[in-house]
Design a protein around this ligand. Structure first.
Ligand SMILES: NC(=O)c1ccc[n+]([C@@H]2O[C@H](COP(=O)([O-])OP(=O)(O)OC[C@H]3O[C@@H](n4cnc5c(N)ncnc54)[C@H](OP(=O)(O)O)[C@@H]3O)[C@@H](O)[C@H]2O)c1
Length: 213
Protein backbone atom coordinates (compact mmCIF):
# COMPACT_ATOMS: atom_id res chain seq x y z
CA UNK A 1 0.00 0.00 0.00
CA UNK A 2 1.23 3.49 -0.82
CA UNK A 3 2.30 5.77 2.00
CA UNK A 4 1.64 9.45 1.44
CA UNK A 5 3.91 11.81 3.34
CA UNK A 6 2.31 15.20 3.89
CA UNK A 7 4.40 18.21 4.90
CA UNK A 8 1.98 20.86 6.10
CA UNK A 9 -1.11 19.99 8.11
CA UNK A 10 -3.20 23.11 7.60
CA UNK A 11 -6.25 23.64 5.40
CA UNK A 12 -4.95 21.70 2.41
CA UNK A 13 -2.70 19.16 4.15
CA UNK A 14 -5.47 17.97 6.46
CA UNK A 15 -7.96 17.71 3.60
CA UNK A 16 -5.55 15.77 1.37
CA UNK A 17 -4.93 13.48 4.37
CA UNK A 18 -8.68 12.86 4.68
CA UNK A 19 -9.14 11.84 1.05
CA UNK A 20 -5.95 9.76 1.14
CA UNK A 21 -7.09 7.76 4.18
CA UNK A 22 -10.56 7.37 2.68
CA UNK A 23 -8.94 5.82 -0.39
CA UNK A 24 -6.76 3.37 1.53
CA UNK A 25 -3.45 5.21 1.71
CA UNK A 26 -1.28 5.27 4.80
CA UNK A 27 -0.54 8.86 5.79
CA UNK A 28 2.42 10.33 7.69
CA UNK A 29 1.74 14.02 8.29
CA UNK A 30 3.85 16.86 9.68
CA UNK A 31 3.60 20.54 10.55
CA UNK A 32 6.26 22.97 11.79
CA UNK A 33 5.43 22.79 15.50
CA UNK A 34 5.89 19.06 16.03
CA UNK A 35 3.88 15.81 15.93
CA UNK A 36 2.42 16.25 19.41
CA UNK A 37 0.41 19.22 18.12
CA UNK A 38 -1.31 16.97 15.54
CA UNK A 39 -2.93 14.58 18.06
CA UNK A 40 -6.51 15.67 17.28
CA UNK A 41 -6.02 15.38 13.53
CA UNK A 42 -4.46 11.90 13.62
CA UNK A 43 -7.14 10.76 16.07
CA UNK A 44 -9.76 11.89 13.55
CA UNK A 45 -7.90 10.26 10.64
CA UNK A 46 -7.68 6.92 12.44
CA UNK A 47 -5.14 4.09 12.47
CA UNK A 48 -3.85 4.66 8.93
CA UNK A 49 -2.42 8.06 9.90
CA UNK A 50 0.53 9.03 12.06
CA UNK A 51 2.07 12.39 12.95
CA UNK A 52 5.78 12.93 12.49
CA UNK A 53 8.42 15.54 11.85
CA UNK A 54 8.74 16.89 8.30
CA UNK A 55 11.90 14.86 7.75
CA UNK A 56 10.18 11.69 8.95
CA UNK A 57 7.12 12.33 6.76
CA UNK A 58 9.40 12.88 3.76
CA UNK A 59 11.34 9.74 4.56
CA UNK A 60 8.22 7.60 5.05
CA UNK A 61 6.34 8.78 1.97
CA UNK A 62 6.44 6.82 -1.27
CA UNK A 63 4.99 10.09 -2.54
CA UNK A 64 5.12 13.36 -0.56
CA UNK A 65 2.78 16.35 -0.63
CA UNK A 66 4.39 19.71 0.12
CA UNK A 67 1.65 22.04 1.31
CA UNK A 68 3.26 24.84 3.33
CA UNK A 69 3.12 28.58 2.60
CA UNK A 70 5.37 29.51 -0.33
CA UNK A 71 7.55 31.65 1.94
CA UNK A 72 8.52 28.49 3.89
CA UNK A 73 9.72 26.28 1.03
CA UNK A 74 13.34 26.97 1.91
CA UNK A 75 12.86 24.95 5.13
CA UNK A 76 12.03 21.55 3.64
CA UNK A 77 13.92 18.27 4.24
CA UNK A 78 15.72 18.34 0.90
CA UNK A 79 17.75 15.18 1.45
CA UNK A 80 14.75 13.02 2.43
CA UNK A 81 12.80 14.31 -0.58
CA UNK A 82 15.58 13.59 -3.07
CA UNK A 83 14.38 11.54 -6.05
CA UNK A 84 10.79 11.32 -4.75
CA UNK A 85 7.55 12.29 -6.40
CA UNK A 86 6.50 15.54 -4.69
CA UNK A 87 3.04 17.06 -5.10
CA UNK A 88 3.12 20.86 -4.96
CA UNK A 89 -0.02 22.68 -3.79
CA UNK A 90 1.69 26.06 -3.51
CA UNK A 91 0.29 29.44 -4.42
CA UNK A 92 1.86 32.87 -4.24
CA UNK A 93 0.25 35.45 -1.96
CA UNK A 94 2.60 38.42 -1.74
CA UNK A 95 0.56 39.63 1.23
CA UNK A 96 1.66 36.45 3.10
CA UNK A 97 4.86 35.40 1.35
CA UNK A 98 6.45 38.80 0.61
CA UNK A 99 7.05 40.03 -2.94
CA UNK A 100 8.98 37.66 -5.21
CA UNK A 101 10.09 39.68 -8.23
CA UNK A 102 10.36 36.78 -10.68
CA UNK A 103 6.74 35.82 -9.95
CA UNK A 104 5.52 39.43 -10.09
CA UNK A 105 7.15 39.75 -13.51
CA UNK A 106 5.85 36.40 -14.77
CA UNK A 107 9.36 35.02 -15.22
CA UNK A 108 8.92 31.83 -13.22
CA UNK A 109 6.24 29.76 -11.50
CA UNK A 110 5.67 28.70 -7.90
CA UNK A 111 6.39 25.09 -8.90
CA UNK A 112 9.71 26.04 -10.50
CA UNK A 113 10.66 27.82 -7.27
CA UNK A 114 9.95 24.60 -5.38
CA UNK A 115 11.97 22.66 -7.97
CA UNK A 116 14.89 24.99 -7.31
CA UNK A 117 14.71 24.09 -3.60
CA UNK A 118 14.30 20.37 -4.32
CA UNK A 119 16.56 19.88 -7.35
CA UNK A 120 16.20 16.09 -7.70
CA UNK A 121 12.58 15.70 -6.59
CA UNK A 122 10.00 14.83 -9.23
CA UNK A 123 7.49 17.63 -8.82
CA UNK A 124 3.91 17.78 -10.05
CA UNK A 125 1.38 20.52 -9.35
CA UNK A 126 -1.69 19.35 -7.43
CA UNK A 127 -4.72 20.75 -5.58
CA UNK A 128 -3.56 24.39 -5.92
CA UNK A 129 -6.71 25.79 -7.54
CA UNK A 130 -9.44 24.32 -5.37
CA UNK A 131 -10.57 25.65 -2.01
CA UNK A 132 -9.51 23.27 0.74
CA UNK A 133 -13.08 22.60 1.89
CA UNK A 134 -14.12 21.50 -1.62
CA UNK A 135 -11.56 18.67 -1.72
CA UNK A 136 -13.75 16.43 0.44
CA UNK A 137 -17.14 17.68 -0.77
CA UNK A 138 -16.95 18.30 -4.52
CA UNK A 139 -15.62 14.96 -5.79
CA UNK A 140 -17.81 12.59 -7.83
CA UNK A 141 -17.34 9.14 -9.36
CA UNK A 142 -15.63 8.87 -12.76
CA UNK A 143 -18.10 9.38 -15.59
CA UNK A 144 -20.44 11.65 -13.61
CA UNK A 145 -21.71 14.34 -16.01
CA UNK A 146 -20.04 17.71 -15.38
CA UNK A 147 -17.50 16.14 -13.00
CA UNK A 148 -15.16 18.77 -11.58
CA UNK A 149 -11.66 18.80 -13.10
CA UNK A 150 -8.33 19.81 -11.59
CA UNK A 151 -5.09 20.69 -13.32
CA UNK A 152 -1.65 19.21 -12.90
CA UNK A 153 1.69 20.04 -14.47
CA UNK A 154 5.11 18.46 -14.39
CA UNK A 155 7.88 17.01 -16.46
CA UNK A 156 7.98 13.62 -14.76
CA UNK A 157 5.49 11.22 -16.35
CA UNK A 158 5.15 9.03 -13.24
CA UNK A 159 4.50 12.05 -11.04
CA UNK A 160 1.77 13.29 -13.37
CA UNK A 161 0.34 9.76 -13.55
CA UNK A 162 0.22 9.60 -9.75
CA UNK A 163 -1.62 12.93 -9.51
CA UNK A 164 -4.07 11.78 -12.19
CA UNK A 165 -4.83 8.58 -10.26
CA UNK A 166 -5.06 10.37 -6.92
CA UNK A 167 -7.40 13.02 -8.37
CA UNK A 168 -9.59 10.27 -9.82
CA UNK A 169 -9.76 8.49 -6.47
CA UNK A 170 -10.64 11.79 -4.81
CA UNK A 171 -13.41 12.32 -7.39
CA UNK A 172 -11.92 14.68 -9.97
CA UNK A 173 -10.97 14.59 -13.65
CA UNK A 174 -7.46 15.73 -14.61
CA UNK A 175 -6.25 18.23 -17.16
CA UNK A 176 -2.48 18.07 -17.75
CA UNK A 177 -1.07 21.51 -18.55
CA UNK A 178 2.40 20.23 -19.52
CA UNK A 179 5.74 21.17 -17.95
CA UNK A 180 6.10 23.08 -14.66
CA UNK A 181 7.01 26.18 -16.69
CA UNK A 182 3.40 26.26 -17.96
CA UNK A 183 1.84 25.94 -14.50
CA UNK A 184 1.41 29.73 -14.29
CA UNK A 185 -1.80 29.09 -16.24
CA UNK A 186 -3.42 27.76 -13.07
CA UNK A 187 -1.85 30.14 -10.58
CA UNK A 188 -3.67 32.83 -8.60
CA UNK A 189 -5.80 35.38 -10.45
CA UNK A 190 -5.97 33.35 -13.67
CA UNK A 191 -9.42 32.31 -14.99
CA UNK A 192 -9.00 28.68 -13.83
CA UNK A 193 -8.13 29.63 -10.25
CA UNK A 194 -10.49 28.37 -7.54
CA UNK A 195 -13.61 28.12 -9.69
CA UNK A 196 -15.66 25.00 -10.24
CA UNK A 197 -15.13 23.77 -13.80
CA UNK A 198 -15.37 20.53 -15.74
CA UNK A 199 -12.50 19.34 -17.96
CA UNK A 200 -13.64 21.23 -21.08
CA UNK A 201 -14.18 24.44 -19.10
CA UNK A 202 -10.81 24.06 -17.39
CA UNK A 203 -9.04 23.56 -20.73
CA UNK A 204 -10.73 26.69 -22.07
CA UNK A 205 -9.77 28.72 -18.99
CA UNK A 206 -6.14 27.55 -19.21
CA UNK A 207 -6.02 28.57 -22.87
CA UNK A 208 -7.20 32.15 -22.26
CA UNK A 209 -4.91 32.82 -19.26
CA UNK A 210 -2.51 35.77 -19.42
CA UNK A 211 1.06 35.36 -18.18
CA UNK A 212 0.89 38.49 -16.03
CA UNK A 213 -2.64 38.56 -14.59
N1 LIG B 1 -6.33 27.14 1.85
C1 LIG B 1 -6.69 26.83 0.60
O1 LIG B 1 -7.92 26.71 0.30
C2 LIG B 1 -5.64 26.59 -0.44
C3 LIG B 1 -6.06 26.11 -1.69
C4 LIG B 1 -5.12 25.75 -2.63
C5 LIG B 1 -3.77 25.94 -2.37
N2 LIG B 1 -3.37 26.47 -1.17
C6 LIG B 1 -1.92 26.66 -0.98
O2 LIG B 1 -1.41 25.50 -0.34
C7 LIG B 1 -0.37 25.87 0.58
C8 LIG B 1 -0.82 25.51 1.99
O3 LIG B 1 -1.99 26.25 2.26
P1 LIG B 1 -2.88 26.04 3.57
O4 LIG B 1 -4.08 26.92 3.39
O5 LIG B 1 -3.07 24.60 3.86
O6 LIG B 1 -1.92 26.69 4.67
P2 LIG B 1 -2.12 26.70 6.26
O7 LIG B 1 -3.50 26.33 6.61
O8 LIG B 1 -1.55 27.99 6.73
O9 LIG B 1 -1.15 25.50 6.75
C9 LIG B 1 0.21 25.54 6.53
C10 LIG B 1 0.82 24.33 7.18
O10 LIG B 1 2.22 24.29 6.87
C11 LIG B 1 2.94 23.98 8.05
N3 LIG B 1 4.32 24.40 7.89
C12 LIG B 1 4.83 25.64 7.68
N4 LIG B 1 6.17 25.59 7.54
C13 LIG B 1 6.51 24.28 7.65
C14 LIG B 1 7.73 23.58 7.60
N5 LIG B 1 8.89 24.21 7.38
N6 LIG B 1 7.71 22.23 7.77
C15 LIG B 1 6.56 21.58 8.00
N7 LIG B 1 5.36 22.19 8.03
C16 LIG B 1 5.34 23.52 7.87
C17 LIG B 1 2.18 24.69 9.13
O11 LIG B 1 2.54 24.17 10.38
P3 LIG B 1 2.35 25.04 11.74
O12 LIG B 1 0.90 25.36 11.83
O13 LIG B 1 2.84 24.11 12.81
O14 LIG B 1 3.22 26.24 11.55
C18 LIG B 1 0.74 24.33 8.72
O15 LIG B 1 0.41 23.05 9.17
C19 LIG B 1 -0.18 27.39 0.40
O16 LIG B 1 0.83 27.64 -0.56
C20 LIG B 1 -1.53 27.84 -0.12
O17 LIG B 1 -1.46 29.06 -0.84
C21 LIG B 1 -4.27 26.77 -0.20
Amino acid sequence: MTTLGIIGAGHIGSQVARVAVANGYDVVIANSRGPETLADLVAELGPKATAATAAEAADAGDVVVVTVPLGKIDRLPVEQLAGKIVLDTNNYYFERDGHIEALDKGETTTSELLQRELPTSRIAKAFNHILAADITTDGAPAGTPDRRALATAGGDAEAVEFVTRFYDEAGFDTVNIGPLSESWRVERDRPAYVVRQNAAELEANLAIANRVP
